[in-house]
Design a protein around this ligand. Sequence first.
Ligand code: GUN
Length: 282
Amino acid sequence: MTRIIDGKAIARKIREELRGEVQRLGEKGLVPGLAVVLVGDDPASAVYVRNKGKACAEAGIRSFQHTLSAKTTQKELLSLISRLNNDPSVHGILVQMPLPDHLDGHAVVEAISPEKDVDGFHPFNVGRLAIGRPTFEPCTPAGVMRLLDTTGASLAGKDAVVVGRSNIVGKPMALMLLQKNATVTVCHSKTRNLPEKVASADIVVASIGKPGFVKGDWIKPGAIVIDVGINRTEKGLTGDVEFETASKKASWITPVPGGVGPMTIAMLLSNTVEAARRKGTA
Ligand code: GUN
C-alpha cells in the first residue's frame, strides 16, 4: 500500500515547535533575526522572499527584507553583506538565488559569514557537511531527510539514487544520505541507463527540474520516492516524478505540491533559530 508523505503537515508541526523555541529564547532576551536579500525583479523570487518573511513572522523570528534594484553593483551588494555580517540582531543571512547575470553569486555566498549562512551554501559549511561535522545543512535536502525520518525506514545499507547534481540539492543530498550509511548513486544528464539505476533504488530522490521525467515503471516496488521538482506547467505545479504511476509502486511518496516544498522554509527557520541559539551561548 502506498502512503503519501504529507510534507505540509510535517512542516506545520516543525514550525509550531520552532515558535515555542523562539518564545523560550525570547524570554532570555534573544530574538532570532533573518536578513533576506532580493536583487532584481524576478517574480518567482519575489514570491519566495515574501513567503519567507511571512513564515518568519508566524514563528516570531524578526525578518529584515532588503530589496535591491536589478542594477545593483557587486560592490554595493558586498557592502550590504558586510553590514549584515556585523549586525548583532541578524543571525541568518539569505541572498535569494539566482542573482542577475552581472553579479558573481559565488563571491556573494563566500562573503557571508559562515556562522550566519543559514542556506548552508558557504564552502566552509559545505566542507563541514562533506566530512560529517555539524554545520548548517542546505534547507531542501535537510527537509528531505526529515521526511525520510517520518517514514521510520532505516537508511543504513539501503540503495539511494539521487537524480540531479546541483549544489543546492543533489550534491548535499548525496552527502546527507551517505552520512546515514545509505549506498548512494548520483545520476545526472550524462548518466547511462538511468531507468535501470532508478529501478535498483530503495530510495529515489528526484531533483532535475523536468516535469514527469522519472517514470512510474522505473520504480522498484516498495521504494520510497521523494520528488523535489516544482515545475510550473499548464496543469499547474507538477513534480519531476510521474506521480500517478509511481504512486502505484512506491511504499511512500511525496506529492507536489505539499511534499518537499513546505519543508524548505521550515528548515530555513530551523537553521535561523539554531544560528541565534549558537550566538546566544557563545
Ligand atoms: N533559490 C532557490 N532555492 C534557494 C534556496 O534554498 N536559497 C536561496 N538563497 N535561493 C534559492
